[in-house]
Design a protein around this ligand. Structure first.
Ligand SMILES: O=P(O)(O)OC[C@H]1O[C@@H](O)[C@H](O)[C@@H](O)[C@@H]1O
Length: 246
């Protein structure tokens, strides 16, 4: 990727979206694997393209994935038609990154501040193997102003990768960079909005026995009993909250 990013900057190949890009090695189709271009309201976005037609879009604002299409070009994520791509408002839909707080469980703004920050492209990420040519490494570090609100120093690295089969992989690494090694706790979530054609067909499995907070019942705590969660009416809950100390 370091090589790819250097090429983006120095060679400046022109991609399908008119942005700076990197052509896939050995590909006759001239699809650009990683392209930095302008999105809605001129915000910087990175377009990832897989070898067989899949793609993903990541806005540097929020480190926010706003599109994931499979090899048939079908969109798998939902973004509201009312979404405002205008900082400091978070983008409504896609995959918001909630950090360092989830929801209103803390003193910060709803879902923390990471989704309201401009992330940078990480030009020198620590080694992290991948089998994909189509990926981008982003990084978020606190500004002095941020540290007034949340007094911890960290590096949040996010890799967004599109696998050869069109699978989307997000990997987050949070490093404590406090000079005195002072530990901190945080909450973190990918708050993914999936595009669903028929909600009555949806089942979420693997939650059995986990405790959850039911947001529509004053955040009361219940234990999931069934082997699958299905949706007959509005549902809003949080399963299996865990805390990590760094
Ligand atoms: O509206 P926001 O801040 O983007 O949050 C999205 C949703 O996040 C969920 O965690 C909340 O329970 C919902 O009430 C909320 O609508």
């Amino acid at each position: 990727m370091k090589e790819n990013l250097r090429q983006v900057r120095e060679r400046g190949g022109e991609g399908e979206g008119g942005g700076k890009g990197v052509r896939m090695a050995g590909s006759g189709s001239e699809r650009v694997a990683v392209e930095l271009c302008k999105g809605i309201n001129g915000l910087d976005k990175v377009v990832l393209r897989g070898p067989r037609g899949s793609s993903a879009e990541v806005y540097l604002y929020g480190g926010h994935v706003t599109s994931w299409r499979n090899d048939h070009g079908e969109e798998l994520l939902f973004v509201s038609s009312k979404a405002i791509f205008k900082p400091p408002k978070a983008i409504r839909g896609g995959i918001p990154i909630c950090f360092p707080q989830f929801g209103s469980h803390g003193s910060l703004e709803q879902h923390g501040f990471a989704r309201n920050k401009f992330w940078s492209i990480d030009t020198d990420p620590p080694p992290f193997p991948t089998n994909s040519k189509s990926f981008i490494d982003l990084i978020l570090k606190p500004s002095e102003e941020d540290m007034q609100k949340w007094p911890y120093s960290y590096e949040f690295r996010l890799r967004v990768a599109l696998g050869p089969g069109g699978d989307l992989m997000l990997t987050s690494r949070v490093r404590n960079t406090n000079a005195d090694g002072k530990p901190f706790t945080f909450a973190f979530a990918y708050h993914t909005y999936f595009s669903v054609s028929d909600i009555s067909e949806v089942r979420v499995e693997g939650l059995e026995t986990l405790d959850y907070l039911d947001n529509l019942q004053n955040k009361q705590r219940f234990t999931e009993q069934g082997d699958a969660l299905t949706f007959e009416s509005e549902w809003c809950g949080i399963h299996g909250i865990r805390r990590q100390r760094l």
